[in-house]
Design a protein around this ligand. Structure first.
Ligand code: ACM
Ligand code: ZN
Length: 542
């Protein structure tokens, strides 16, 4: 391993000298305006960081920049309280500027990032980072002396305030260090919402102190199905890997991830699935299902019939769980799932049928709406709002609920027309578990076809939505479901480079997007991803 590192160092040292001479500016996502100037700013041992205020967030941004230089170069940036005349990076809070907007100005004498909040300053730092030679990403020192960045004036702001990425850790578990790697990538491309899909039929992944069996029982499954089978395939025709799969995050680990994300101005949004995708929870506490079980943490994928039964005791259980979740996560949003809830158990359950009658509900769809509204009210009283997949429209939306439109954009359009906020995540553009190439050698995927160009082409504002309602489209999210993604290497492969494309969908004005220009910029990012040691799909680079 040491030998390889030395070899890489030699190669990179020479390419480092090459790239600092280059003036290519290849920022992803594309900023609003870029005006190139003449000359360079040189970072060296004497370069200082000047902060215009001692706000905690500004110090967090400054620390990020220092660590970036510290890990990969011999340059130690030191903070100064007095603004130098030259050779400094200024992080300047300017309350006259608009929310979310930042300016990055580089000339021969200094680098200045100006914004009205530390988070926008942080995005300016990410743009500066991408202007620096790719070697700045190295986990070991490569660039020993000077680092040059070209003079430029950049102004920039995002189109959408919700720029999300979801990772499903229910189907396959990824430990904290890998979650942090994803958060690192999100920071680089200015995504700001990490949606953590923590529970599903195949595993419950978050420690809940009041209900220890959720993780003692619910975080283990006996084995995992191999391959994909049509609905209705007989059990004897399915193959399993005979290998237990397990894992969960302690509350301390969750706090660690939240803090790590916060230091990168990323909000972590937990998802606790209900009323469907609940088999792992029911395996631990069968009394909250309609039949009483027994249930097993599922070893196969697809939609499962056993769901939470809307009894008072079930609501008490879910409220207890959500109380711990709401206390842990500072996010204003809690995602409560709501998708793919079959109604067959409810149709055959005495309690469910009595509840439908008592509450004067028309059918099981209205029972689903009753379920979600009751949970939503509970969370609202804790100062939280819910996000749900677009099935939460069935039987009527809960007041104040935000809809995540995944089966297409129709759910999102309906929700926006009724005054609800929407996060667009249509599977035709945003599902990163789908194939990105039709090449026969492509790693096995769940299906679909979402190549980089398709992701890039997406316009989150539907044409059929009246202009005055477009404000309800608060953002866009890409989703990595992991039924057939069992390793972190493959997570990276499915994410990259599609994540670069979605970042531009989320940040850059649709009319400003240009796929050919984007492809040119990705070529420089390929080198960055290489230096970061990441695994990515190569199709657009060949
Ligand atoms: C989903 O893909 N079931 C939200
Ligand atoms: Zn029931």
């Amino acid at each position: 391993m040491k030998k390889i590192n030395t070899l890489i160092t030699v190669i990179f040292l020479s390419s480092c000298l090459f790239s600092i001479e280059k003036t290519d500016i290849a920022i992803i996502p594309m900023p609003t305006t870029i005006v190139k100037g003449d000359g360079f700013f040189s970072f060296n041992q004497d370069t200082k960081i000047y902060l215009s205020s001692n706000m905690t967030g500004l110090k967090v941004s400054s620390k990020f920049l220092c660590e970036l230089f510290g890990q990969s170069s011999g340059i130690e940036l030191v903070e100064t309280k007095i603004k130098p005349l030259k050779n400094y990076v200024g992080l300047i809070i300017d309350n006259n500027l608009d929310d979310n907007y930042y300016e990055l100005s580089i000339n021969n004498n200094r680098v200045v990032i100006r914004a009205n909040s530390p988070q926008s300053i942080f995005w300016g730092i990410q743009s500066l980072r991408q202007i620096l030679p790719a070697e700045i990403e190295s986990p070991i020192p490569l660039c020993q002396t000077e680092l040059k960045v070209p003079s430029v004036e950049i102004t920039d702001f995002p189109q959408f305030n919700y720029r999300g990425l979801m990772l499903d850790v229910g189907r396959h578990f990824y430990p904290v260090d890998q979650i942090k790697k994803i958060i690192d990538l999100m920071a680089l491309y200015k995504l700001n919402k990490f949606h953590w899909h923590l529970t599903d039929d195949q595993g419950w992944r978050i420690e809940i102190k009041k209900y220890p069996l959720l993780t003692e029982v619910g975080s283990w499954r006996k084995e995992t199905v191999i391959g994909k089978y049509p609905v209705g395939t007989k059990e004897r025709d399915r193959k399993y890997d005979c290998t237990p799969h397990y894992g969960f995050y302690t509350q301390d680990e969750i706090k660690d991830v939240i803090n790590y994300a916060q230091e990168r101005f990323i909000t972590v949004i937990p998802e606790i699935e209900m009323p469907g995708h609940a088999t792992a929870a029911l395996a631990a506490y069968p009394e909250y299902g309609c039949t009483g079980g027994p249930y097993l943490v599922s070893s196969k994928f697809g939609v499962h019939n056993d769901v939470f039964c809307p009894k008072d005791t079930t609501f008490q259980f879910l409220e207890d769980v959500l109380t711990e979740v709401a206390d842990l996560f500072p996010s204003e949003y809690i995602h409560i799932g709501g998708d793919e809830c079959p109604k067959i158990r409810w149709k055959n359950c005495v309690h469910c049928q009595r509840l439908i009658e008592k509450e004067d509900l028309v059918d099981e769809k209205e029972l689903q709406s009753y379920f979600i509204k009751r949970i939503s009210r509970f969370l609202n009283n804790k100062g939280k709002s819910i996000i749900g997949w677009d099935e939460i429209l069935e039987g009527g939306l809960a007041p104040g609920a935000t809809v995540m439109s995944w089966r297409g954009t129709e759910g999102g359009i309906t929700a926006a027309k009724s005054g609800h906020d929407v996060i667009m995540s249509p599977r035709q553009y945003c599902y990163f578990d789908y194939y990105q190439s039709k090449d026969k050698s492509e790693p096995f995927a769940i299906g679909g076809f979402v190549p980089v160009e398709k992701v890039y082409s997406y316009n989150p504002i539907p044409e059929e939505l009246p202009v005055e309602l477009s404000k309800h489209i608060i953002g866009v999210q890409a989703n990595v479901w992991t039924e057939f993604i069992a390793t972190f290497d493959k997570v990276q492969y499915m994410l990259l480079p599609r994540m670069l494309a979605i970042s531009e969908v989320q940040w850059t004005a649709h009319e400003k997007k240009d796929y050919t220009n984007f492809l040119d910029r990705t070529k420089l990012h390929k080198k960055r991803l290489d230096i970061m040691g990441l695994n990515y799909a190569n199709h657009i680079f060949m």
